[in-house]
Design a protein around this ligand. Sequence first.
Ligand code: SDX
Length: 376
Amino acid sequence: TDTTPEIRKGLAGVVVDTTAISKVNPATNSLLYRGYPVQELAEHCSVEEVALLLWTGELPTPDELAAFEAEERAGRALAPQVRDAITRAPLTAHPMDVVRTAISVHGEIDPDTADASPEADLRKAKRLFAAVPAMVALDQRRRHGLDEIAPREDLDYSANLLWMTFGTELTEAEIDVFRVSMVLYAEHSFNASTFTARVVTSTMSDLHSAVVAAVGALKGPLHGGANEAVMHMFDEIGDASAAVAWLDEALASKRKIMGFGHRVYKNGDSRVPTMKAALDRLIAERGRDDLLALYDTLGDAMAERKGILPNLDYPSGPAYHLLGFDTPTFTPLFVASRVMGWTAHIMEQAAANALIRPLSAYDGPEQRHVPQAVSV
Ligand code: SDX
């Protein structure tokens, strides 16, 4: 009999390739984008600066940043074909399905669609980064019967996304919480959706196909879909006083508690303290001590019962709720940010490509023969 080779289910612990884009170190609980601690980037940098850092490897000079900001602001409006794809989608479609389709249509009409050079891929990445916020904003608005809001060139990426969604000026504090979430979500090494994008790229397919596939991978609740699922869970629990009993019952019935646990971090997600501090500022501004009590009670009980700590989706879910986003829009916001990381990885994969094609160990029936009696 064949000996079955060692199989690492879910590729757990398997190092697949090198990357210069980010470094996750669970031992020191740190995350670096191109060498910079993510906490420092969240404190000091705009989303636009982080995008350039991830793509080019360096923080931009003031001139480089200004040039990119002008480009980004000019590229925000939706093409008519993309707008139609969004407004014609049934309201029963999940917003992740709508943004997936919108990105696909955006790719079809990208002026560089037939050009796979590194320069063209960078232009495509920049145009996609600029266009996704309008897709997400329009989809939330049409679900409330509201008209599209045009982008504003006087606002940066974060403030403009919020403007296009709500049509009101949010406070500086609110815009800042949103910016922090976008910086923290931007990149996280070989997570499932980024690996998906790299697999697609490895066949020498195109950038938009890789991103569309990555959106599909991100949608699942074991990955990006968890930020939406956290809010559904809070709604289900209702109140801090019900949290511990709810948790015990959920654990007894072997439910996965959304927003907790991580494949790589076992002592806590490096991004959580920064996002929790941002959530705390929002909660204080809104006087929502009830939400804080629920958050803390559930988190403490989960740590006590299972020793499992929150991941980034645990604080970002309620933060997006307090900013006014519909719960099903939370994962599309993750898309808007992770487009930076995905496209950086697509370009890195393409620059030193090897087809990704692993092996499997067959455990089906032994070879057998079709019975003679079977007629054709
Ligand atoms: C993201 O990879 C990335 O970097 C992803 C991400 C990014 O930036 O791209 O960080 C974003 O996807 C965050 C994760 C969001 N998902 C969730 O919050 C869903 C809930 N969490 C999980 O189901 C789970 O923790 C995973 C999927 C995140 C990680 O799962 P693993 O590594 O496959 O671990 P596992 O499921 O095998 O769990 C090990 C043990 C199990 O118990 P035993 O069978 O050994 O007794 O821990 C338990 C699990 O049951 N466990 C949980 C749990 N997480 C782990 N039990 C209840 N609730 C949980 N959330």
